[in-house]
Design a protein around this ligand. Structure first.
Ligand SMILES: *Cc1c(COP(=O)(O)O)cnc(C)c1O
Length: 220
């Protein structure tokens, strides 16, 4: 347990996020912390809940289903985001479990989500995933295809799309990728920008992240 003069990893990170935001002329509450709990058992998640963390991310629907329904029953409020690729055969479970899906990346998936929302009478929030490094092995919409993709989405389905998300290439300076994301967000008028992980979240904040997704920084 926490003693009064040692900060928990969560509080240290929250302080660091606020300091970094201020350093780059942003408002401290402009940047939210998404705690990434993939591969973490429930007994490592509960201490974060008890410290007031309510925004969480999982990358696999199947794993999330084993942990979160029980947590949702036991504690009042969570905002649970899917941050990993969503297969169309998991749409039903994903709509039932998550509050937001950050990995919307195809029109086909959007149609399935739209139909499933109507079936379940539930509205989620969506971020479009951008394959900002144009990496063949990664999912996401290519930056050059984004404008057309977004236009098609708006004309074909009614989903509450509010932001963008990316995972920049590993082992490269992420700054130019974050900058390009911020430009796409500005052009499209989407308010939320989910970018930055344990190794690069400060840079992401510098370039306009409104949500950083941290796993290792909180749990190791
Ligand atoms: C695992 C994961 C994170 C967290 O990464 P860390 O390096 O552990 O902070 C963030 N975003 C996505 C999409 C992830 O899969």
């Amino acid at each position: 347990m926490e003693t009064p003069n040692t900060l928990s990893p969560l509080h240290k990170i929250q302080n660091q996020i606020e300091l970094t935001a201020k350093l780059y002329g942003r408002l401290p509450n402009e940047v939210k912390l998404l705690a990434v709990t993939k591969n973490q058992p429930i007994d490592r998640i509960i201490p974060l809940v008890k410290q007031g963390q309510s925004l969480f991310g999982e990358n696999r629907t199947q794993e999330a289903e084993t942990k979160w329904p029980g947590l949702k029953d036991a504690y009042n409020f969570f905002n649970l985001h899917l941050i990993g690729h969503l297969q169309t055969n998991k749409v039903k479970q994903a709509v039932a479990l998550f509050d937001a899906i950050q990995t919307l990346d195809s029109v086909k998936l959007a149609h399935k989500l739209f139909i499933e929302e109507q079936r379940q009478q539930k509205k989620l929030e969506y971020y479009i995933q951008i394959n900002i490094g144009r990496e063949p092995q990664k999912s996401g919409v290519l930056p050059e295809d984004f404008a057309d993709f977004y236009k098609t989405l708006l004309s074909e389905v009614t989903l509450n799309v509010t932001g963008l998300m990316c995972i920049p290439p590993q082992d490269k300076n992420p700054a130019p990728y974050f900058e390009e994301m911020a430009n796409i967000a500005k052009r499209s008028g989407l308010a939320h920008l989910s970018m930055g992980m344990s190794d690069d979240y400060e840079t992401a904040i510098q370039y306009g992240a409104t949500m950083v997704r941290l796993g290792r920084a909180l749990f190791s």
